[in-house]
Ligand binder design. Structure first.
Ligand code: ATP
Ligand code: MG
Length: 383
């Protein structure tokens, strides 16, 4: 286990405990894939032959807090070292309808592997650090080939979210030179209309994960060409994204999935994805900043430091101009600025008339690039 470093993870105690109790227990999925690729891991997900009630009993008998977080699909969250470790019993699908599956527990690692999505996600490591690869996923992982397990079309009909997962995993772990897997891509194109049966929430979450990849441009371009993008964001275009990603990496700016979502240009569609209220407001502000081409100072004042900077980036991408670093300090200036006029500066006005005058003064001040002085604003106000 030393080479993958799992023995230092809080989840290792759970893995070892289950194995010592005589159950089959493996680290599986994301952490195994990432560790094998030399990438950082966060959660250690565990698959086991022990049924959920057995896992619960084992955890409680050994001083771990255990919460049945996903009883219908067999997941118990065991708390170890302040981290929640998801322990899921081996499963096989009994019935699927494209959105959710009815599962039965199994004691076969191979059955468990078969219901997973991509070959590189069906790798298991036991407590001794030995790799178990029941479906021969290792060559794909080494080649960074994101490939469906078994027939892509059949797997997609079981769960249409796998279409978006296919593009997400390609964006994160695929080899851009090799390109996206052709069989997978044509099945996604053929079955894209099934995406409409999914909840907006699942689609939104998945899309943001995809857009958070270091460079999702190629994946999103493939989504556009295959007709997948228009099923989730009907008015979106993939054109701006590579320009934005290039600007981000040239200037050492951290990826931001929401900024990238804004770059796709379908603000209405995105707002319907049931992302959070805060995210919708930010998206709307980015849209305003881009469409009105507000100045950096104005962007900072109206939308704050972070969104102001996002707007500068989106504008540079749209105009295909290099990023003007001075624009960022203008955004900062704007974010720190305050309207130099207060109610007490207009003592002859009161009530609604005062409110209207202050609003107008603010609009004039913004239009002046935050440059009009207090005296100039008083002079412009109604007498
Ligand atoms: P990440 O690092 O992004 O969390 P992950 O591989 O852990 O990557 P998850 O979405 O957390 O991805 O899923 C964990 C594992 O469960 C996957 O590796 C895969 O084996 C399986 N899985 C998850 N969702 C599906 C699905 N819709 N269809 C089939 N298998 C799935
Ligand atoms: Mg995961």
């Amino acid at each position: 286990m030393n080479d993958l470093g799992f023995d230092k993870h809080p989840g290792y105690a759970v893995l070892k405990g289950l194995a010592d109790a005589g159950h089959q227990a493996f680290a599986v999925g994301g952490p195994v894939r990432n560790a094998l690729m030399g990438l950082p891991i966060d959660d250690l997900d565990i698959a086991t032959s022990a049924e959920p009630t057995v896992v619960m009993k084992w955890a409680e008998a050994h001083g771990f807090k255990a919460v049945p977080t996903g009883t219908d699909h067999g997941t118990i969250t065991v708390v170890s070292g302040h981290e929640g470790i998801e322990v899921t019993t081996f499963r096989r699908d009994v019935a699927t309808d494209g959105r959710r599956a009815v599962v039965a527990f199994s004691d076969s690692i191979e059955e468990d592997a078969r219901r997973r999505d991509f070959t590189m996600n069906a790798l298991y490591v036991d407590v001794q650090g030995v790799l178990h690869d029941p479906l021969n996923g290792m060559p794909d992982l080494k080649a960074r080939r994101v490939r469906f397990i078994d027939d892509p079309a059949q797997r997609i009909r079981e769960d249409y979210l796998r279409i978006l997962r296919f593009f997400r995993f390609f964006a994160w772990y695929g080899d851009p030179g090799l390109g996206i897997d052709a069989d997978g891509l044509s099945a996604c194109a053929e079955l894209a209309d099934g995406l409409e049966t999914l909840s907006k929430e699942r689609v939104g979450t998945e899309l943001l994960k995809l857009l958070n990849a270091p460079d999702p441009s190629q994946a999103v371009a493939s989504m556009e060409q295959s007709g997948v993008l228009m099923r989730v964001l009907p008015a979106a275009s993939a054109n701006l994204l590579p320009v934005l990603v290039h600007l981000e990496s040239e200037n050492g700016i951290v990826a931001n999935p929401l900024r990238r979502l804004a770059a796709l240009g379908d603000y209405d569609g995105a707002a319907h994805l049931r992302i959070s209220k805060k995210q919708i407001i930010k998206l709307h502000n980015m849209e305003t900043g881009l469409l009105e081409m507000v100045s950096p100072k104005q962007a900072g004042y109206r939308f704050g430091l972070e969104t102001g900077r996002d707007i500068v980036l989106l504008q540079s991408a749209a105009l295909e101009t290099p990023l003007d670093k001075a624009a960022f300090s203008d955004v900062d200036d704007g974010a720190r600025s305050e309207l130099p006029l207060r109610a007490s500066d207009l003592p002859w006005l009161s009530g609604p008339a005062l409110g209207v005058a202050l609003k107008q003064a603010e609009a004039d001040w913004i239009a002046s690039g935050l440059s009009l002085s207090k005296d100039a604003l008083i002079a412009k106000s109604p007498k």
